[in-house]
Design a binder for this molecule. Sequence first.
Ligand code: PGA
Length: 249
Amino acid sequence: MIRKKIVAGNWKMNLQLEQALELVKTISNQSTDISNVDLIIFPPALFLLEIDKIKSQLKVGVQNFYPKENGAFTGEISIAQIKNCGASHALIGHSERREIFHESEEFIKQKVDAAIIHTIGVIFCCGEPLHIRENNSQFTYVKQQLIDSLFHLSDDEILKCVVAYEPIWAIGTGKTATIEQAEEMHSEIRSWIAEYYSQEIADSISILYGGSCNGTNAKELFACPNVDGGLIGGASLQAESFITIARSF
Ligand code: PGA
């Protein structure tokens, strides 16, 4: 079974327009020969239109959107609007949205549904906080996140999703999960997909690792049989490290 390999860059609330365009140009120029990995960048949504003009082979997604068609939702952007500006993917369920912006499982589920309806590729983020890992309840915790907001999808719909496992204690901390911890959780996630859907579907869905993944540790993480790529925060803000990660398979 050949699963898609993906390296995605979550820029979060970083960079000014000029820097963002420069980064897109450099990444796209330096990755023309990378054909075995899908590269997806998630810039601040305001920059989508400008990036769309120069993105060449790169795919572009949004870090956030509001799951309603239109209406009185001051400050929000809809999926139709982001599609209009060239986005093909969306991050959903990122721990920063869950924690800082109090996005509930139910709201995250609505976002998944809205993305599916509008054929936006879903990168569904899950992962446990430190105290859950310390209690050794990480498997129950992550499985519940998937059950609550993702596993209601049909077979065809789940096949349009990618799962990103991001242990919260590893995000932006420089403290990566060990390869054993990453592989163990990824293989559990795949087994839950097989339990709720089928082995064939589980084998087709890419599962990315995120959390202090960088040019130095990507190689051994991506060598794990159930790690199909990475969701990269800090190290995606420099073309060199992002490209090094993309070449780590
Ligand atoms: P990090 O962020 O690579 O900076 O740890 C990952 C993420 O939040 O997606």
